[in-house]
Design a protein around this ligand. Structure first.
Ligand code: RAT
Ligand code: ZN
Length: 415
């Protein structure tokens, strides 16, 4: 179907964006076989760490008293403070409303027990189906930590890849940031490693990485990094990256995903909500892409200021795939700005978003809100094409949008 006017564009584009299935490349979700690691339901939704941080902007309850409460009581506190005593206007707060509305719950009742009742009556199998259908998700990528004991049990039983909608990625924060602490664990597992990164140790760490990539069928290897991240660097982390992670990723032909700019634990009382943001230096990314042209790198940064430099760097290196509006950037005004800028600099050659969902239900709001923004950005950009006299077809728009929401990631991991 040919599209020649902006009215036609405004009708068709939102349909195409809604109908395109998503491959969500970074989440903290797990398949059902991971048991209680898979969070879902109203109490998990309300105790999301984005909301706990916002709760403490208003509450006088001491941190330790709040965190000592059972989850349901924490959820009550957050509901009362953020939803009943004031209007839920922040992005994370609005997200809860989008989820409840989409699930058909009555927002006028504001009755938490009624919402709990809904979740008590549904099985996790049905709820996974419901969420994936509502958000039109094809698959999500988990964040899999080889040192997490609960996860290990599932992988050791061969049950980690049971549901093909939940793909794996190997997360290496623990290895890269706390190598000295994990030496005894690696030794217990039969790896001949020492604190001296000698040839045997490096070979053994590569063997460990290869083993886990194969074991979980990892689509990529990933890690988060502080604003001070630097490469090349004569440090344990720097050597592990250049002498183990990068060579193994090349052998396995999978990307190394870097999430740069997180300042961990700036206020440790906040637990999971304790982390903050700092200015990211893009020079290490430039170095890696140039020094390792046969490797593939996926990069997202946490601060707004580095976004432009990152997008320009992607123009220089085809082995760099920029992705997502991470964490504190996952807010409509910033997503809009960043997505517009990336489109202007990179066309279709980037991945606009990942959800970072920690609670299954969040897929609904994270993607509904991101789809709305993508619609606004592409309405404007396709509108410019119509103004220039370039005609469009529905099938062409479908092809373009599919690249952003699905194909760019799948092709990048496979190529
Ligand atoms: O967005 C989040 O939920 C953060 O807590 C982090 O998990 C971050 O996304 C990360 O992957 O380190
Ligand atoms: Zn994350």
């Amino acid at each position: 179907m040919r599209i020649t006017t902006k009215e036609e564009l405004q009708t068709i584009l939102p349909q195409v964006i809604d109908n395109t299935p998503i491959v969500d490349l970074h989440t903290h979700l797990y398949g059902k076989s991971f048991g209680k690691l898979l969070l879902w339901g109203i109490d998990d939704l309300l105790t999301y760490h984005y909301l706990t941080a916002e709760y403490f902007r208003y509450s006088d309850l001491p941190y330790q008293d709040f965190f000592a409460l059972p989850k349901q009581k924490q959820a009550d506190e957050i509901w009362n403070t953020l939803f009943l005593q004031r209007s839920p206007i922040s992005e994370a707060q609005r997200g809860v409303l989008t989820v409840l509305r989409t699930l058909g719950l009555d927002l006028t009742s504001r009755n938490l027990d009624e919402y709990r009742e809904f979740f008590a009556q549904i099985t996790i199998e049905d709820f996974i189906d419901q969420v994936f259908t509502a958000a039109n998700i094809e698959s999500v990528v988990m964040t899999n930590d080889p040192f997490d004991q609960l996860e290990q049990q599932v992988w050791n039983k061969g049950m980690g890849n049971q549901d093909p909608r939940f793909k794996a990625s190997l997360r290496l924060d623990v290895l890269l940031e706390n190598y000295l602490q994990v030496i005894p664990v690696l030794q217990k597992w039969g790896y001949r490693v020492t604190k001296h990164l000698d040839e045997t140790t490096l070979r053994e760490i590569r063997r460990f990485l290869e083993h886990w990539i194969d074991k979980i069928n990892a689509l990529y290897v990933g890690a988060s990094f502080p604003p001070s991240f630097s490469l090349p660097e004569d440090s344990i982390r720097g050597r592990l990256i250049e002498e183990c992670v990068i060579p193994v990723c090349r052998t396995k032909n999978i990307p190394f995903a870097l999430m740069i700019g997180v300042k961990r634990q700036v206020n440790s009382h906040l637990n999971l909500a304790a982390d903050s943001v700092g200015k990211t230096d893009i020079r290490p990314v430039e170095y890696m892409c140039r020094a390792y042209p046969d490797n593939k790198f996926m990069v997202t940064t946490l601060d707004r200021g580095s976004q432009h430099e990152l997008a320009v760097t992607a123009r220089k290196f085809p082995n760099l795939m920029v992705f997502g509006c991470w964490w504190f950037l996952n807010n409509p005004s910033l997503i809009q700005e960043i997505t517009l800028m990336r489109t202007e600099l990179l066309g279709w050659a980037y991945i606009p978003q990942h959800s970072d969902a920690r609670v299954l239900d969040q897929l609904i709001y994270k993607w509904e809100h991101s789809r709305q923004i993508l619609t606004a950005v592409l309405t404007s950009k396709y509108g410019d094409l119509l103004d220039a006299g370039w005609s469009l077809e529905r099938s062409v728009i479908e092809r373009d949008v599919r690249q952003l929401l699905r194909d760019n990631f799948l092709h990048f991991v496979q190529r």
